[in-house]
Ligand binder design. Structure first.
Ligand code: PGA
Length: 242
């Protein structure tokens, strides 16, 4: 595993953007696995800047996002489709047809999971998968106690995840209880994995994920078995890594 420790959130975003930009430059039709949440916002802002400066061409980039809340329409301000449109897609000239997320309003969840797996398989897998880590060790919405071999499935959010995500909603009651998530399998099959972490509140889970035992109780711990992981984090988040 490669580790880049940065002074703060700002430089974490810049370093992570360097890595994603290099991926796109070297392979302009890269399949990027993308993540939402607070942590990647700086990285996305830097990528948008580079695109606007004429340094980075997204025309052939293809994307598959990790997850989407069940029951939220694409236009819902808390849907992950909305987040991606706001923070990256609409600002980088990426071809809308090249961007993929699960459909939160799909009538048949099992069929939607199968459709999403077929999208990923159709791409021949993911070149670079971006990940944040939840305080409970989740990646995507692969919550503790799940199976490493899972493909796309509907996850029941843990109370901890609902609590962490309620900041984006008017109350915890409004946070959807279920979400579509890419499974661990396609993440582990990705050519490269880029993990971004920031803040002292992530220090314990970063230590458990990367210095502790590999266990479904800490889903991110499986990344210790991936052949090409880069961890980019600020000093606060990496402070307890052994
Ligand atoms: P965060 O979320 O970036 O908002 O901390 C990470 C996650 O839950 O995967």
């Amino acid at each position: 595993m490669k580790i880049h420790k940065t002074a703060d959130y700002e430089t974490m975003g810049r370093k992570a953007a360097d890595i994603v930009a290099a991926q796109i430059t070297l392979k302009p039709d890269s399949v990027l696995g993308l993540a939402t949440g607070s942590t990647p916002l700086g990285l996305y802002a830097r990528l948008v800047e580079r695109h606007k400066a004429g340094e980075l061409d997204f025309a052939r980039v293809r994307t598959v996002n990790l997850d989407e809340y069940e029951g939220l329409a694409a236009a819902h301000p808390q849907s992950y489709r909305f987040y991606m449109e706001q923070n990256l897609f609409s600002k980088t000239g990426i071809c809308p047809g090249n961007t993929h997320l699960p459909d939160g309003l799909a009538a048949d969840p099992a069929a939607e999971c199968a459709r999403y797996d077929a999208v990923i398989r159709g791409f021949g897998g993911i070149d670079l998968q971006l990940l944040g880590i939840g305080h409970d060790g989740h990646i995507g919405f692969n919550e503790p106690g799940g199976h490493f071999e899972n493909d796309t499935h509907v996850a029941v959010l843990t109370p901890e995840t609902i609590d962490a995500n309620k900041r984006f909603f008017t109350s915890a009651a409004e946070v959807p209880r279920r979400a579509y998530t890419m499974g661990i399998r396609p993440i582990m099959l990705a050519g490269r994995v880029l993990v971004v972490v920031s803040g002292v509140d992530k220090a314990d889970i970063v230590r458990r994920a990367f210095s502790g035992p590999v266990t479904p109780a800490v889903p991110a711990s499986i990344l210790q078995m991936h052949r090409d992981v880069t961890l980019v984090g600020d000093e606060a988040a990496l402070g307890k890594l052994l």
